[in-house]
Every structure is written in C-alpha cells, then in structure tokens.
Design a protein around this ligand. Sequence first.
Ligand SMILES: Cc1ncc(COP(=O)(O)O)c(C=O)c1O
Ligand SMILES: [Zn+2]
Length: 392
Amino acid sequence: MTYITHLECSICAKRREAGKIHNLCECGGPLLVRYDLAKARAGWSRESISGGPSNMWRYAPVLPVSKPASVISLGEGLTPLIHTQRLGARMGMKDLWVKDEGVNPTGSFKARGMACAISMSVELGVKKVAVPSAGNAAGAMAAYAAAAGIEAHIFMPRDVPQANFIECSACGAHVTLVDGLISDCGKIVASRKDAEGWFDVSTLKEPYRIEGKKTMGYEVAEQFGWDLPDVIFYPCGGGVGLIGMWKAFEEMETLGWISSKRPKMIAVQAEGCAPIVRAFDQGKARSDFFENAHTVASGLRVPKALGDFLVLDAVRKSGGAAVAVTDQEMIEAGIELASDEGIFAAPEGGACVAALKKLLGTGFLKSSDRMVIYNTGSGLKYLEAYSPRFSA
Ligand SMILES: Cc1ncc(COP(=O)(O)O)c(C=O)c1O
Ligand SMILES: [Zn+2]
C-alpha cells in the first residue's frame, strides 16, 4: 500500500524510523516523510490512479499509512477544479480555475491533513490527540477523531468562528477557548501533553498532516492531465498546504509523472497578519513574530509559522511572490467569486482572488497564464465575517 521508507529532518537531514511516534527532530526541525520513489516508479503508474478511490486515498502509495484497516476516511479530497465562467473573463483571463476545497468533509482542506494524521494515530496506537488550531484544523480533527474513536483535546482562540466551536463540541471533543492567538494555544498543548498522554498534532510538529495536504498538489496535476498550471495562489497561514504541494511536485517529478516545470507559487496573507510577506520583501530566510495579528480570515492568523523557511524557500525557488490583502478586499473578492461563479468561499479563498487582482495590475503575471486559486474552505463556516455586508 505505501512506499514509505523513513522520516527525514527538514533542517539537519537526520533519519528516523517509520512506524514510530515522532514529533519534531531534537534540532527543532519538522520531519518530512520519505518514500522509495524508484520502487514506486517501477510498481505504480499514473494511468492506474483513475481506477483508485474517488478521494485522496487514490494516492495511498505516497501516503504514510501502511495498513488499509488504519484508514479513517470521510471522503476527503478529489475536490472539483472549476474553470471560471465570468470572474476570469472580466479580468481578461481565459484560463482561471478554482480548486474548491470547501466541499471537503468539515468544509475545508484541513480534512486532508487530519484524515492522514488520525489514520496514522490509529496505526500507531495513539489514544488521545491534542491540537492548537485557528479553527478549521480543530473541526477536522474533532470529526476524524470521532470517526476513529480517539479522544480529542482542542485549544482555539476565544474569537474563533462559531462554526468551529460548535462542530468540535458536537463531535465530542474537549474544547478549550483561549484568550490569545494560536501561538498561545500551542504553548498550552506543549506544556500539558506529557502529563496528559496526548499526541501533539500541531502543524508540522506532527509529520503526517502535511502528507494529506500534499494531495492537493497531486490532484491538480492529475486534473490537468499531468501538466502543472503556470501560477498557484494559496492562502498561507502555517503554509503547510503550500509546502505540501511543493513536496508533491518534487515527488511526481521523481516518479516520472511531470516535467521540471513548476508553477509560480503565490503565498497570500492578510495585511493584519503577514509575517511571510514581510520576510519575503526583506529577503529573509525566516519570518519574525507578527505582533497584534488580526484578520477575519482566521486560518491566516498565524503570527509565526514553524515551517516559514520552507514556505519562503518554495516561493522563491518557484519564481513566485508573497502578497498581502486587506480584510475588506478579501470579503469583497469572496462575494465576487460567489456571485460570478456560485462558489461561496472562505475569506482565505477570497484573499487569493484579491491577490490575483493586485498582481495582474503589476505586470508580474500574464493574463494568458493558466492560474489556479485554492479556495481552502467554505464561506458557510464564516458567517460572522460576511454578515456585516448583508444585514437582513
Ligand atoms: C480556510 C483555511 N485556509 C488556509 C489556512 C492556512 O493553512 P496552511 O497551514 O496550509 O497555511 C487555514 C488554516 O487554518 C484555513 O483554515
Ligand atoms: Zn534535525
């Protein structure tokens, strides 16, 4: 089922054994899962993918789960890639697409990461999981933990969207609302996990969520006939979706499925919380903690990402950019996407539309480019963010 061989530190390259519980490397580096891609290339073909499950598990050979019985699936992945009818045309573009992650279980792409992490928790015999979350990861973890019969402990900022609080509570998770940001929630999990016996599923402190998220990269290649687009817009909080897609592209090239062509990766953030954009503009390899972080795009309210150096590296190597937009711009762009295309996006998805508009104006992109916007979540989870625009 899987071609996993080992885990490798993204900083010092030290190897770790597969099939064991791991968090960070002792040097502080996130661990990345590695596969025997030469063997996979010989034993697995891209032509066989379409005969697999209609969800992200069609890529099981490059996912870490080794026993089919460990897989906890609610049907995540294989989301629609939609050619825009009006939005692109109004901006003079013929080739603008939206990858709609809002149709995933629990209404966001976080389902991919958590399906993988919770399946691995089942495989490794974990009984209790804990996570600090901006909201959607918590909702996904609560759902998959419920499906797996695992105890879930969730720490979220008090002002998280109500949908996230209610879905976690309904799924039976132990929810704590914290007066602070996701970084404060992370500190609580780190300080209590040993005494409580929790497996810490924090972004990148746990090596398997990124593996689920990378399937967004495999899918876009498959859906375009194994030819990657010219540009990808991705709303960047922790940045794991972007790092994961970048990893997927490298794996696919090694598998002989795609060429060395890469999309320009555009990391989109909110002006009220733009540590990656700041570091990108300053030519820095790492970001600094962003003080007083605030934005209605709760998924983008990450003042300091553990994998910031991986995001910045991928964006730079791709010839891409990092762009910040205001909350007002992302909400207006979200409404435009909904009224033009029928896709009611999370503000994070709206932010990508707003960033595209900004970049088109600068001449950095060609209007003939094939571009994909990742709408990472459903607008239905963000009624507080949209409601000021639609008072009944
Ligand atoms: C809807 C949505 N989009 C984007 C993100 C950012 O995700 P990433 O960690 O991949 O940057 C989040 C994270 O919470 C989210 O909920
Ligand atoms: Zn290391």
